[in-house]
Design a protein around this ligand. Structure first.
Ligand code: AMP
Ligand code: MG
Length: 409
């Protein structure tokens, strides 16, 4: 049994949220093992209880890619090729098999670097940063698509998904790691800049105009899911199959080389450096069933994106209070709904990413309500702050857990 926790590091905080488990098949993805190794000196943990974990090279920010080959012992002729890339502030692993796998991985790598350049609000010469400097402008196809989808999501989530939240994110220091707690006056001044209805998008001519000076957008809540969708399209074009792991956010396309489904394990909420779980209620953080929990459960799939959001992925602590990076657009504060971890399962990676962030803000009841209206489009795995596990019934045949499961119907 292999258990490898995949961690992407963002200044000492964990970006990854998914681990893989497998049963000693040489073709099992090394998803994350090498990334975790590469991170070991910067604090990432790795659990490896397996005896035959497929090993692979290491990646680092400097030498950002490396290929590894794993030979499949089964009858199939194709090797699983694995490519490691550091981009979007995290460690990524792409694995593909098929005649054209090498070319598919080359193109996937090029694409991820292109999207990183284009979409990162924090890097000064990205398209998004330029839009923010100029209060709008001409859009690339990617950005036009993402802004359009973000506005639609904003409407479907009662305003929870809000890309114009960036000035507030900046005020909290989440953009440059100069963490601070903005005053109420400061937030009151910034909140009028937040609101997707103040983005004038011309989808046909691909332009956007911000209606107020100082407005800024941030596609960070949806970028990785979009990227994994794009990479899946590349796999499809090259007629290869495989798995894409962007710092713990996973999308699979086709089964494993041996024909079985991928087993994607959902990471349990991360502990702090002090080994505490401040995201959970006091009773839950002391509960025995959660104490040593590495993962919430395992999802078997050969066709879906599995994307997780949680406050534990990026946060700072001040005077014993923990402040995380997912902002409630209504208050300007880190959201304080009743969920600690939200995983969305969907064939649409972009949707899965947008919804994982949204549902975290909305909380259990509202998330369940939205799922009931769109149950053909996605499923969810939720843990609330009392440590209860809720899963939508659409993945009843795919999801297993050692914890008691409350099915959402
Ligand atoms: P994720 O890890 O996908 O949940 O994305 C979290 C990131 O989305 C944050 O680091 C911010 O860049 C951005 N973000 C924070 N709050 C929101 C929000 N309410 N709506 C959309 N994006 C947000
Ligand atoms: Mg998201």
């Amino acid at each position: 049994m292999i258990q490898v926790i995949k961690k992407g590091m963002i200044v000492g905080m964990v970006a990854a949220s998914v681990i893989f488990t497998g049963c000693g098949n040489a073709a099992e993805p090394a998803a994350g093992s090498s990334a975790a190794e590469a991170n070991a000196d910067s604090g990432a943990a790795e659990i490896n209880t397996g005896s035959s974990a497929a090993s692979s090279g290491t990646a680092s920010a400097d030498e950002n890619t490396e290929d590894t080959v794993e030979t499949n012992s089964d009858a199939e002729n194709y090797e699983l090729l694995t490519r490691e890339v550091f981009a979007m502030d995290t460690y990524m692993t792409f694995s593909a098999y098929g005649e054209d796998a090498e070319a598919a991985l080359d193109e996937a790598e090029e694409e991820i670097l292109r999207l990183d350049q284009l979409l990162a609000a924090e890097s000064e010469d990205s398209e998004v940063a330029k839009l923010n400097q100029n209060g709008g402008g001409q859009l690339s196809d990617d950005t036009a698509y993402l802004i359009e989808r973000s506005i639609a999501l904003n409407q479907e989530t009662d305003g929870a998904f809000e890309i114009t939240v960036y000035p507030v994110k900046q005020a909290w220091g989440f953009t440059d790691e100069n963490y601070r707690i903005p005053s109420d006056e400061e937030l009151a001044e910034l909140l009028p800049l937040v609101g997707s209805e103040q983005l004038e998008l011309d989808a046909e001519n691909k332009t956007v105009a911000y209606q107020k000076d100082g407005m800024k957008i941030d596609l960070g809540g949806i970028t990785k899911g979009y990227a994994s969708s794009r990479l899946t399209d590349i796999f499809m074009k090259h007629d290869v199959q495989g798995m894409i792991n962007l710092g713990g956010n996973v999308q699979v396309y086709g089964p494993k080389p041996d024909g079985s489904d991928w087993r994607v394990a959902i990471q349990a909420p991360e502990r702090t450096e002090e080994n505490t779980l401040p995201w959970l209620s006091q009773a839950a953080s002391g509960s025995a069933s959660l104490a040593g929990l590495d993962y919430i459960g395992v999802l078997e799939t050969n066709s879906q994106a599995v994307i997780t959001s949680g406050g534990y992925e990026r946060y700072f602590e001040k005077d014993g209070v923990y402040y995380h990076h997912i902002i409630d657009p209504k208050t300007g504060y880190p959201s304080d709904a009743d969920l600690v971890s939200v995983t969305i399962v969907s064939e649409d990676g972009t949707l899965a990413d947008g919804l994982s962030t949204s549902m975290f803000v909305l909380g259990l009841d509202k998330a369940s309500e939205i799922w009931r209206a769109h149950s053909d489009e996605f499923d969810m795995i939720l843990m609330d702050t009392d440590g209860n596990l809720y899963v939508t019934e659409g993945i009843k045949d795919q999801f297993t857990s050692d914890l008691e499961i409350h099915w959402i119907e």
